[in-house]
Design a protein around this ligand. Structure first.
Ligand code: PRT
Ligand code: MG
Length: 216
């Protein structure tokens, strides 16, 4: 039995076609099912549907052999003891520093609102910029509008959310996409089965990339 942990929302949306291409067909639609454990057609595989931030934890502890996690989550959780063999190229976005166009924050220590406190701390420390980090758990775009923070660190895809809230990108931190992560013990104990899944997902991801490039 191989267990794959994945989160609902955009990663699941984009991962399902990739899984299908790799021959992994869930018995129920995980987007609508209330089940948190979803069997896969061949019964030698199952999906766990959990919160995005929990995927690396399940995989690190071996509760799942494999997981699909955003690079943002992996960066934030830092020194995880797992393998990251594959960039699946899905749920792409950028992690950026954003702020109000009409505001500069010279003269004082800027406050930065984010749910990526650790990544933000590392980014500004490397820059030698002194900031005060205000940990938030979502809707970061609100914070500068009500004067809670000067800047935010958040993910941007189309830029529509920033625009709608009067914010602009000030700095680029990282390009983000979803990665396949693998438990180290599973890699050892179930080497051929896990290796086969990685190969199938790698082929599915590159076929999807070729198709996307052809579409332009
Ligand atoms: O729902 P839950 O709290 O469990 O987790 P979540 O809200 O983090 O899950 P979800 O479904 O939003 O997906 C999370 C993962 O998707 C992230 O960890 C990223 O790896 C990936 N991803 C890719 C994104 C985006 N693109 C993205 N644009 N996650 C979030 N966004 C948000 C962003 O935070 C901002 O609010 O979308 C908004 C910006 O989008 P644009 O298109 O307006 O720029
Ligand atoms: Mg969400």
């Amino acid at each position: 039995m191989i267990t794959l942990a994945i989160s609902k929302g955009r990663i699941l949306e984009e991962a399902l076609p990739l899984l299908s291409r790799a021959g992994i067909e869930p018995e129920e639609d995980p987007r609508s099912s209330r089940k948190l454990v979803i069997p896969v057609d061949d019964r030698e595989f199952r999906l766990l549907v959990i919160r995005a931030q929990d995927v690396p934890i399940y995989v690190e502890h071996g509760a799942a052999d494999l997981g699909i996690a955003g690079k943002d989550v992996l960066l934030e959780q830092g020194s995880l003891n797992l393998y990251e063999p594959l960039d699946l190229g899905i749920a792409r976005c950028r992690m950026v520093v954003a702020g109000r166009q009409d505001r500069s924050s010279h003269g004082k220590r800027p406050r930065v609102g984010t749910k990526y406190a650790e990544t933000t701390r590392r980014f500004f420390a490397k820059r030698g910029t002194q900031v005060e980090i205000i940990p938030l758990s979502g809707s970061m775009e609100l914070a500068p509008q009500v004067g809670l923070t000067d800047w935010i660190v958040d993910l941007v895809d189309t830029g529509n959310t920033l625009r709608a809230n009067g914010l602009v990108v000030l700095d680029h931190i990282a390009d983000i996409s979803s990665r396949l992560v693998v438990n180290k013990g599973s890699m050892k104990m179930k080497h051929s089965a896990i290796g086969a899944v990685i190969d199938r997902l790698a082929a599915a991801a590159s076929a999807a990339a070729v198709q996307a490039a052809a579409r332009g």
